[in-house]
Design a protein around this ligand. Structure first.
Ligand code: FES
Length: 161
């Protein structure tokens, strides 16, 4: 599959790249270094998020509430928003959770602080996708390489506790 337009013109792994899409109600930010094309945004609100259009985010095509709700579905933290209309801002879930994506990364939600071995901050966020296949060029974050290397996570253990 071709790369969507939205990622084609970005230097993929530069963490300082942050694109903004705004009107007078909401600002949506997108950091391509963390985007693995999970497509929750594309599927959730295709009038706003369209990877084959440029710019790929059209904030005028839905209400700020609708956009905010879909942005919060982004499992990697590549998408965030700020409200300019007094609407509800983003909130991190109180309890941290780790979801094992079949044949893919670990989706972590909560108040997350990632540090290197020396304790230097790598990223603070409320949503991140961490590599568990070992193949990412953007560790500790997933970069989608699990797909191209055919990573298989095996069966997950379910707890009844
Ligand atoms: S799990 Fe996605 S690159 Fe490793």
């Amino acid at each position: 599959m071709d790369e969507p337009i939205g990622s084609r013109d970005e230097t993929r792994y530069e963490p300082e790249v942050k694109k903004e899409y705004a009107n007078d109600q909401i600002v949506v930010t997108w950091e391509p270094a963390y985007c693995i094309h999970a497509a929750d945004c594309l599927n959730g609100l295709p009038a706003v998020f369209d990877a084959w259009r440029s710019p790929w985010v059209a904030v005028d095509n839905a209400s700020a509430d609708e956009i905010a709700e879909v942005v919060m579905r982004c499992p990697t933290g590549a998408l965030h928003f700020r409200r300019l209309d007094g609407g509800q801002e983003e909130s991190g879930s109180a309890e941290p959770t780790v979801q094992l994506r079949a044949n893919g990364p670990l989706f972590v939600r909560g108040k997350i602080r990632i540090e290197d071995a020396s304790g230097h901050l790598i990223r603070e966020d409320t949503r991140v996708a961490l590599c568990r296949c070992g193949g990412s060029d953007n560790k500790p974050f997933c970069d989608g390489t699990h797909r191209s290397i055919g990573f298989r996570s095996g069966p997950s253990r379910a707890s009844s506790a």
